[in-house]
Ligand binder design. Structure first.
Ligand SMILES: [Fe+2]
Length: 218
């Protein structure tokens, strides 16, 4: 059974985590939550232990490439210009390139990081991969990343969603942005948490253009 060392050497992971924390504490905390949630989802799905460890590391490092994006762009309130979007959209491939520069052995981890902004319908970035061309780790990261992003307050975001609104957003985007089977499983996992509330499916398309999603998918 593979250990963490087989996914990424612990000192390398800690060094990157430290760099992310120094650059932006909010983003580093978000990344830690995404890593924990992705690993929990992987365990729930019955994935092998090595895949669960990869999900944890990929969650922690999914925005590693943002280290090269100017902080004033990342923190900019409101919409980004076309040129600023170009800068932001470099981050998945930059993060993957950094990991591959450490070792070619990190290729599965790098591919998960590279693919976390791909979309099920092929309209994501950087490669426009669709459906199961996107590695499962990337499809899982997409779901847990957006859920955490839209439910947590960030300096550049004007809309923060509650638990039920965020669940509705995932449903509205199933089959377009997200792998519907990953969403179903994630919602089942979250349904086991004691929110004390009942979740209802929203009217079709009601949340598809929610500003929170646009901002969260930077
Ligand atoms: Fe990202």
């Amino acid at each position: 059974m593979p250990g963490d060392r087989d996914i990424i050497p612990p000192n390398v992971l800690h060094a990157f985590q430290r760099a992310l924390f120094i650059a932006d504490q909010e983003t580093a905390r978000h990344a830690a939550r995404v890593g924990a949630a992705a690993a929990a989802l992987g365990r729930w799905m019955g994935l092998p232990a090595g895949e669960v460890r990869l999900l944890r590391a990929a969650g922690i490092l999914h925005d590693l490439g943002k280290l090269v994006v100017p902080q004033e762009i990342l923190d900019k309130p409101g919409p980004l210009t076309a040129d600023e979007w170009v800068e932001v959209r470099r981050h998945p491939s930059v993060g993957a390139d950094i990991l591959l520069a450490v070792s070619a052995d990190l290729a599965p981890l790098a591919d998960a990081v590279r693919s976390h902004h791909e979309r099920w319908d092929g309209s994501g970035y950087p490669d426009g991969r669709a459906g199961e061309q996107i590695p499962l780790a990337g499809r899982i990261l997409a779901v847990v990343d957006v859920f955490d992003a839209v439910t947590c307050t960030r300096s550049y975001r004007t809309h923060t969603l509650g638990e039920l609104e965020a669940r509705a957003l995932l449903v509205a985007e199933s089959g377009s942005h997200f792998d519907a089977s990953v969403v179903r499983t994630y919602l089942a996992v979250r349904a086991t948490t004691p929110t004390g509330q009942t979740w209802r499916r929203p009217e079709s398309g009601s949340s598809a253009r929610d500003p929170a999603l646009v901002e969260a998918t930077r």
